[in-house]
Design a binder for this molecule. Structure first.
Ligand SMILES: [Mg+2]
Length: 457
């Protein structure tokens, strides 16, 4: 497994120490001795994992982590915080800053390698999903990732498999209001329960009188339905060997008893957040493949695509205080064209219209066949006055040259009516925006067709 690891520490000797150990495992190593350099490297280069020192002058590790995690371009890169020994509060702060893991100084060799390898594996899965998501969608990956996931706040569904009653009671108490916790004392029953219910995390105790908890981990990893569920091992002091084997089997994290409540909740939150993120990517890939996003006749996007993305474009425009305009176009007297030239003739007109429409919109505009002879163009970063000009250009482009259809290239006069609306400052909604465009279109029709009406405030 080759991967590019960025080592960040203000003390060059520390950097060198980690670099040597990583190089010995054939990792590629990049280095930085301060926060801003580290961020720049992440933005520019292909970094697979960041090993980040907490204590640095000027910008400390927490701040670097927060910045990396809040930028959609770098938020997917796993960050391992390197803290001083036994600083539980630092670890919790690190996890709250979005760190994926942490190691304590002096860094234990085996832990370093297992943690790095496990994160590299995870990263390559995420990269693959990101790639698929971005190639199957015309909408940029940045947009997909910058979307606010409403699910962030919902209580995660968690399964605890632990046969000791006192331990179970303590964890139940710690996670009250923080997780929807199911408990089973029997590991065999736990396996079936995990397979039958969709949990967002499974916590497995290592303390069974008569059962190897790693067997359960490996079973969960080999079953399709539980392959991606995060597993946290609840281990005892002195079980480092078992933890390392667990990490190799694919457990995601572990906690040492006695369990610290803050650490438990922070680690659980990290696992759940990561799972939701990957689920979302996976779902968006699947969904995109499942539903055709293209209108078969015209090659423009279809209504489904518009319905799923207009809200995103709208939210982004509002959040960034940027304008956004929409136009609805409708071919005039299209029924008459169909009647006179048949459906094939009508289809040819629609195709030619789409071709001229596409020629007159920009790449960032979202052009869709809304249905029948109605088309919608969403124009990000566009003021109403500009949108109106674009609409007028399209209207003229349609009216000025007859459409040639059929083998003999029969000329048909086609005109189009257009309604334009723009996002209002203050309170506005997608539905209201579309409604105004529709009203404008209606006015264009009733005002005599072959015209543009704008409801741009
Ligand atoms: Mg330092």
């Amino acid at each position: 497994m080759t991967a590019r690891i960025l080592v960040v520490d203000d003390i060059p000797a520390n950097v060198r120490l980690l670099e040597v150990r990583l190089l010995a495992e054939y990792f590629e190593v990049l280095t930085a001795t301060n926060g801003p350099d580290a961020i720049e490297t992440c933005e520019n280069g292909k970094v697979d994992v960041v090993l980040l020192d907490v204590m640095m002058p000027d910008m400390d590790g927490f701040e670097v982590c927060r910045r990396l995690k809040s930028d959609p371009a770098t938020s997917h890169i796993p960050v391992v915080m390197i803290t001083a020994l036994d600083q539980v509060s630092d670890r919790v702060r690190g996890l709250e800053a979005g760190a994926d893991d942490f190691l304590t100084k002096p860094v234990n060799d085996l832990q370093l390698m297992t943690r790095v390898k496990s994160l590299v594996r995870l990263k390559s899965l995420t990269d693959e999903l990101r790639l698929r998501a971005s190639t199957t969608r015309n909408i940029g990956i940045g947009e997909l990732l910058s979307r606010n996931f409403a699910s962030e706040d919902t209580t995660p569904k968690v399964l605890l498999i632990d046969e000791r009653k006192t331990s179970v009671e303590r964890i139940q108490k710690m996670l009250r209001d923080r997780a929807d916790l199911d408990v089973t004392h029997d590991p065999h029953a736990g396996f079936f329960q995990a397979a039958e219910t969709s949990y967002e995390c499974v916590m497995i105790s290592t303390a069974f009188a008569d059962f190897d908890p790693l067997r359960l981990c490996s079973q969960l990893r080999s079953l399709d339905r539980t392959r991606f569920v995060p597993i946290i091992l609840l281990a005892e002091e002195g079980e480092e060997e078992r933890i390392i084997r667990g990490l190799e089997l694919g457990i995601n994290d572990y906690l040492m008893r006695p369990i610290d409540q803050q650490e438990l909740t922070a680690r659980l939150r990290t696992q759940v957040r990561r799972k939701r993120y990957n689920d979302q990517l996976r779902a968006s890939v699947t969904q995109t493949i499942e539903m055709a996003v293209t209108d078969g006749l015209t090659g423009l996007h279809n209504r489904r695509y518009l319905d799923s993305h207009l809200q995103t474009l709208f939210d982004r425009a509002v959040a960034r205080r940027r304008p956004l305009s929409v136009m609805i176009t409708d071919l005039d007297r299209f029924k008459a064209i169909n009647d006179a030239h048949g459906h094939d003739g009508g289809d040819e007109v629609l195709r030619e219209f789409a071709r001229r429409l596409r020629k007159n919109v920009r790449g960032i505009d979202l052009a869709c066949r809304f249905g029948g002879e109605e088309f919608v163009v969403v124009m990000p970063d566009t003021e109403g006055a500009v949108a109106e000009k674009v609409a007028e250009r399209i209207r003229a482009e349609i009216a000025q040259a007859a459409f040639a259809i059929g083998q003999d290239g029969k000329a048909i006069e086609v005109t189009v009516s257009v309604g334009v609306s723009s996002v209002l400052k203050g309170v506005d909604t997608v539905a209201a925006l579309m409604k105004r465009a529709d009203l404008a279109l209606y006015e264009a029709k009733s005002g005599g067709r072959n015209r543009v009406v704008a409801k741009a405030a």
